[in-house]
Design a protein around this ligand. Structure first.
Ligand SMILES: C[S@@+](CC[C@H](N)C(=O)[O-])C[C@H]1O[C@@H](n2cnc3c(N)ncnc32)[C@H](O)[C@@H]1O
Length: 288
């Protein structure tokens, strides 16, 4: 049976590659015509959206999803999250939508969440998209308590069958470098490389520090001799840096001759940024 198609992750996730699903599908289809891809390794799996997409398009391949942030645990607990949101929705049924929640209401909501916390699991990231200002996230009770809450509770529950989103994937949880070293010499391996962007707010990720330039350059080492689909943005100057190092210090530029697909996001009439997807294949020609 073909996999159900998810164009977005079934639960909120900051930085998911929803805008690249279509180009990524196109690239995988093109590659599968000429290359013998046996394994896809999603080194920075995040929400698993790219792993899910790879398995859907290449069902015969082994697909490894590095669930560094524990997204699959959030999915396993989606019914509990729905129950919690249903109760919060009921508590706020007469409260105006999108408005700041008063202290009185806030304490009742927090008491309900605290009760859930004692039962063992609260998905704070999903709660954030219902109770915080757009694009603000918290990851624990204390942060939620010290935040201003808004009534942005979703009217519909999340998909309880979403566990099938991970169907067929091999889920692991480790540092990307460890995973890379495990697979780097495997024939027919394609690495999907979507690290946190430089200067991105990585607060909701397990790794809660900003990614430094050195972290980023370490990822470039991984690309050196690999087949990859790599994601970055014009907000990080990485591509420019690689070009500069090539011209001035004769250091090989992994993006030279790579195929590039882009997606433009306009913030307002004066400013925009461009997300980029680079694909480079250096081996695994299909026997004709
Ligand atoms: C830009 S997001 C990936 C988004 C993903 N492609 C998607 O579509 O959902 C980067 C991810 O890398 C994770 N990460 C940070 N440091 C890592 C490390 N050392 N090893 C593996 N993953 C890491 C972050 O927690 C975050 O989930």
């Amino acid at each position: 049976m073909p996999l159900k198609r998810y164009k977005v992750a079934p639960l909120p996730f900051q930085g998911q590659k929803r805008n690249f699903v279509k180009p990524f599908v196109g690239t995988l289809k093109e590659l599968s015509q000429s290359q013998d891809i046996k394994v896809v390794v999603d080194l920075f799996g995040g929400s698993g959206l790219l792993s899910h997409t790879a398995k859907r398009i290449l069902p015969g391949c082994k697909v490894i999803y590095n669930d560094y942030d524990g997204f699959s645990a959030r999915l396993r607990n989606v019914e509990r999250t729905n129950e919690l949101l249903t109760d919060i929705r009921a508590l706020l049924c007469d409260y105006p939508k999108e408005k700041r929640i008063s202290e009185a209401y806030k304490s009742v909501i927090l008491a309900r969440i605290e009760k859930e916390e004692k039962r063992g699991f609260v998905d704070y990231i999903t709660l954030s998209s219902s109770l915080l200002f757009s694009a603000y996230y918290v990851t624990n009770f204390d942060e939620l308590k010290s935040s201003t809450l808004y009534n942005r509770v979703k009217q519909n529950n999340y998909d309880v069958n979403a566990a099938e989103y991970l169907y067929g994937l091999e889920v692991v949880k480790c540092d990307y470098l460890e995973l890379f070293n495990q697979y780097k010499d495997v024939t027919g391996v394609l690495f999907v490389v979507d690290p946190p962007y430089l200067t991105t707010d990585t607060k909701t990720y397990l790794f809660d520090q900003y990614w430094k330039l050195s972290d980023f350059l370490n990822v470039i080492n991984v690309l050196d001799q690999s087949n990859f689909v790599f994601f970055t943005s014009s907000k990080s100057s990485l591509i420019e840096l690689c070009e500069w190092l090539n011209v001035n210090h004769n250091i090989k530029n992994p993006f030279e001759n790579a195929d590039l697909k882009t997606h433009e996001t306009r913030l307002n009439s004066d400013s925009k940024y461009i997300d980029m997807m680079f694909t480079r294949i250096i081996e695994m020609q299909k026997a004709s």
